[in-house]
Design a protein around this ligand. Structure first.
Ligand SMILES: Cc1cc2nc3c(=O)[nH]c(=O)nc-3n(C[C@H](O)[C@H](O)[C@H](O)COP(=O)(O)O)c2cc1C
Length: 355
């Protein structure tokens, strides 16, 4: 029986335990230059000190137009390497393995940052029509991801994660409603996965065999079977670690029983583990707030690692609390940390922690 404190090897890197800090954007930390700030370094250092075995740094834009908002972290220029190197060191000094999630918003682009572009000319959230990317633009976009990964390696990150879920560009290529293409980037599973798969192959060849390649992938889009087939393409292209979250479709019913101590999004990750077990480590996520939930998922071999976002935002020491049975401040499940880029969203649990 695996324990939460058991190490796990991803590619060739040993992660000291089974708890990971999920990528979580902090809008209030980056300025309009998208550079790493002292606040970022403090934030990630605290999460590493709190015991997370692996930290995935927040969705980071590969070009200015792909940001959620102007105060969103980026990695499109070599001048950004030093700041990221400080995040990587702060995590390493405290024993955590650290990846960085690379992203582009695509058709959900914030008009203040850049135009809505994507696999097809579909309607955007603001009622406008996105621009369909030409093959030349697709290749140029892939270059941006690869170049950001090369910078990530120079900064000392142990690997990268492609943001392949939550409706952003890679997810838009995967989803049949946003990808209506009839060329080699649309249609079949292989074609819809090709955009990200080609990026993975190129990063592998540029950054070497030991560099961890992860994808945060969809658990259903439209259904589990399709999502697993997409993930198989990523694995064929060199993906070493799958974190499973939601895409643009709801989880299908029947993936879990009423009594299971986890929700349907987490259940998709559990299903992935059954398929990829022994081949590629997988992680599940969503609404895991209790130490017993983490233990249940690991000790019953339902996942390789457990991804925690809000629990670790509320209390960076939550992983140590799970591992050692020590007290922690529980996430209030208020929506404040999810407020958008323009609203102050100081976590009230963090305040309680410092009183
Ligand atoms: C403030 C905040 C920022 C987030 N930013 C990201 C992100 O950058 N990339 C990502 O893949 N998911 C992001 N998410 C989603 C989380 O990683 C996670 O999947 C979600 O919060 C559910 O997990 P939880 O219940 O442990 O919070 C964010 C969530 C929150 C609350």
């Amino acid at each position: 029986m695996a324990k939460v404190s058991d190490p796990i090897v991803i590619n060739k890197t040993t992660v000291k335990n089974r708890i990971t800090f999920a990528p979580t954007v902090k809008f209030d930390m980056a300025g309009p230059d998208a550079m790493v700030t002292e606040e970022h370094i403090r934030h990630y250092r605290e999460r590493a000190e709190g015991g997370a075995g692996l930290i995935c740094v927040e969705a980071t834009a590969v070009e200015p137009g792909g940001r959620f908002a102007k105060n969103h972290l980026g990695f499109w220029d070599d001048t950004m390497i030093d700041g990221h190197a400080r995040i990587a060191s702060a995590c390493h000094e405290n024993g955590a393995v650290v990846l960085i999630q690379l992203n582009h918003t695509g058709i959900t682009a914030n008009p203040e940052c850049g135009p809505a572009i994507g696999p097809s000319a579909v309607e955007t959230r603001s009622g406008k029509t996105a621009k369909e990317m030409t093959i030349t633009e697709i290749k140029a976009m892939q270059d941006l991801f690869v170049n950001a990964a090369i910078r990530a390696k120079k900064a000392g990150y142990d690997g990268i994660q492609l943001h392949g879920c939550h409706g952003y560009l890679i997810n838009q290529f995967v989803n049949k409603k946003t990808n209506l293409r009839t060329d080699e980037y649309g249609g079949s599973v292989e074609n819809r996965a090709r955009f990200a798969a080609e990026i993975l192959k190129r990063i592998r060849s540029e950054c070497g065999e030991d560099f961890i390649l992860s994808v945060r992938t969809v658990g259903a889009d439209p259904e589990l079977a399709d999502a697993i087939a997409i993930a198989e393409e990523y694995v064929k292209a060199g993906c070493d670690y799958l974190q499973v979250s939601h895409g643009m479709s709801e989880a299908e019913p029947g993936l879990k029983s009423e009594s299971d101590p986890y929700n349907t999004i987490c259940a998709m990750g559990v299903q992935f583990h059954k398929v990829f077990k022994g081949r590629v480590p997988t992680s599940c996520v969503n609404s895991i707030f209790e130490p017993d939930q983490v233990k249940y998922l690991i000790e019953n071999d339902l996942t390789d690692t457990v991804d925690l976002a809000r629990a670790i935002l509320a209390d960076p020491g939550f992983p140590n609390a799970v591992l050692n049975g020590t007290p922690y401040v529980r996430c209030f499940e208020c929506p404040r940390c999810q407020y958008g880029p323009f609203t102050p969203h100081k976590c009230p649990a963090e305040k309680k922690r410092t009183l």
